[in-house]
Write a protein that binds this ligand. Sequence first.
Ligand code: PLP
Length: 379
Amino acid sequence: MRRIDLIEPFRVMQLLERARELEAEGRRIIHMEIGEPDFPTPSSVIEAARRRLDTGDNFYTPSTGAPELQQALSDWYASEYGVNVAPERILITPGTSGAFNLIYAVLLEAGESVLLPDPGYPCQRNFIRLAGGEPVNVPVGPETCYHLSVEVVEREWRKQTRAAVVINPANPTGTLIEKTELAAIAAACRKKDGYLISDEIYHGLTYGIKAACALQFDDQAIVVNGFSKRWAMTGWRIGWIIVPEDLIDPARRVMQNIFIAAPTLSQFAAIAALDAQDEVEAMRRAYDERRRYLLAELPGLGFDIVVEPQGAFYIYANVEKLTDDSRTFCWDLLEKAGVAITPGEDFGSYRASGHLRFSYATSLENLREGVQRIGNHLK
Ligand code: PLP
């Protein structure tokens, strides 16, 4: 099979396209499938972008990023997590998606593999395949809060394994990994001469608990983060990756070739985001209110939430009481009740047909209407 034939579509986009068609026909659809903040980007970020535009300097930055943003992020790691990260280890990428494509291009030889949680963020598998590597989807369940555990990493690690991925808080489950487990996985990867890759894009969107940065346990962990979620900046396409010293040069060479540099305007605007604590906190509070609303309502409709999600803006529910085919269930719900939810199969294959993901990146008012429609539909 050719490599391109292994690349799967991002299936939720098909559901979204159908929802848009129904909207074009005049139906009001409640969107609980989209993993994108429904808030505007903080105003200080927009102001910073305007100021930057006025300077007339919107040319390439160095490939690894604007030194001003690298420094600002280095300072932010010190204040946010108490870790010292040299600015040159922080590589600025077009979204975290750019960071993942970069790191797999750097790390993987043909046939080398990466351990991923199933369910997990679906694009990961395809990033790995594009780099010629092999994603190894490891089933994870409520026992480990839907994360890889150190036992599983040690059991599944092979000669050709290069890394294990933790998404914390996780997409699609919104669950956090225990700090001791994260530390143990980091140590296990190191012992195997491989890497822990920690996707921290939902950091800051946690409720009642703070997520740990992998660098707090292991200076050599590879950390990926970005401005899309916490700072409501999806379309600005800015992320970053922190790599060990010896990977800076290989990564720089790949960056010079594959994207030259991340968007300059967005890089300078992003510096202002790091100071937008008040706006970020207001968004976080709103998400938490929505989360608590859904956690109170969904179980009564037959959606089992086995582990309480404490982060991101997702709830992963077991629907085995309602259906053995969550894909048909979701499509039916869209067509008949006008509510869009993502079926479990988008995130992997392990018990996928018995699960689905709610996103609460939409207003409380919309969520109330969605819950009411689902209730009526199920009656
Ligand atoms: N990682 C996870 C877990 C995500 O959910 C997403 C987007 O939904 C991304 C990475 C990619 O985000 P971006 O490329 O906008 O930074």
